[in-house]
Design a protein around this ligand. Structure first.
Ligand code: GTP
Ligand code: MG
Length: 329
């Protein structure tokens, strides 16, 4: 049964994806329901949306439990990926998050300034990545909630201070995390056959690489590292390599951006869908709505490795930057 959704549906859906409050979402789901033509082909979609509306309304009305304070360490995932900034005290974690995001954690010239994590959104090209400033890693006080926060992240940025003892910083932080079964992914082979370890991608940021005098320290630091760490010298103070850092984070998240278009219209280049590398046309359709996935016939793709508007099947693997027009029956 054809769905025949009007372009207005896709416009409202885009706004729904960008909505941040439940009030906005309720209004937009109502709007979606009002623009969908009422016939047999859209019955299921309308049913889904009605259920979604009921859920949103119930959530909005649920009384907040008195006295139940959400832990500051429980941070809802937002944007294209969740990246934790960890490291020993006073290395510049809060300064980095303050420089790259809209968050304003306290920065001070003494250790243990930060007690609670602070999330912020970092724009990377046309998407947003969540960066989380965290309290320092220290043997004296290992916060189990901090470890839990790290376990849920997609990527760990491990900051060390090039003007202090970066090698010791790295060794101690990694040893502490490994004792709690959080292991840099490139060390996976060492833990072969052992249960219960979590492997995460790590990027080491050698911070406070402010001027040419610190270059040499950076070279020595790299030489001391015997394994294949991904290391980037940065300076939050001078902004050195911060743009490269954003791009490196994007690459390490292993995601792609895909832009959608409605037949006969210009593509929506404003708000890409963010998918895992290796995702297919079917994955994109499923992300939009499960009805799309079921009814997907073929797609046209503008992007790398195809001619303009090439027809592809549902198992076609998408690339970063592709524009996709989904055709449903
Ligand atoms: N020279 C220099 N100083 C920096 C740089 N980045 C941060 N700092 C300074 O380092 C000090 C510590 O910065 P914070 O951001 O508070 O460090 P932190 O890692 O969050 O510290 P804790 O919250 O205590 O763990 C502050 O005085 C910052 O101004 C940098 O790139 N170069
Ligand atoms: Mg801090």
């Amino acid at each position: 049964m054809p769905t025949n959704l009007p372009p207005a549906y896709f416009e409202v859906q885009e706004r729904l994806r960008a909505a941040t409050t439940s009030a906005e979402r309720i209004e937009l789901v109502q709007e979606l329901l009002s623009v969908i033509p009422k016939h047999k082909g859209t019955e299921k979609l309308r049913g889904d949306l009605k259920r979604r509306l009921a859920r949103l309304r119930a959530q909005a009305q649920a009384p907040k439990k008195a006295g139940a304070r959400e832990s500051a360490f429980h941070i809802a995932r937002e944007g294209a990926g969740q990246v934790v900034v960890v490291g020993p005290p006073n290395v510049g974690k809060s300064a980095l998050v303050a420089a790259l995001t809209n968050a304003t954690p306290e920065v001070a010239d003494y250790p243990f300034t930060t007690w609670e994590p602070t999330p912020g959104m970092m724009p990377v090209e046309d998407i947003q990545v969540q960066l989380i400033d965290t309290p320092p890693l220290s043997r004296e006080h290992v916060e189990s909630e901090l470890l839990q926060l790290i376990r849920h992240a997609d990527l760990v940025l491990l900051l060390v201070d090039l003007q202090a003892d970066p090698f010791l910083h790295l060794e101690e932080a990694v040893a502490l995390l490994e004792e709690h079964r959080i292991v840099p992914r490139h060390r996976m082979a060492r833990f072969a056959g052992q249960q219960g370890y979590l492997f995460l991608p790590f990027l080491v940021l050698a911070n406070k690489c402010d001027d040419p005098s610190t270059e040499e320290d950076c070279t020595i630091f790299r030489q001391l590292l015997e394994e294949e760490w991904a290391v980037l010298p940065v300076s939050v103070t001078t902004g050195r390599n911060l743009d490269l850092l954003k791009r490196t984070v994007f690459d390490l998240l292993e995601i792609i951006r895909v832009y959608t278009k409605v037949p006969g219209r210009d593509p929506d280049m404003e708000s890409p869908f963010v998918l895992r590398k290796g995702s297919t046309v079917a994955d994109l359709a499923g992300r939009i709505h499960k009805d799309f996935l079921e009814k997907l016939k073929m797609a046209r793709v503008w992007g790398s490795g195809v001619f303009e508007g090439q027809a592809v099947q549902r198992d076609y693997v998408l690339h970063d930057g592709d524009i996709v027009e989904l055709h449903i029956s």
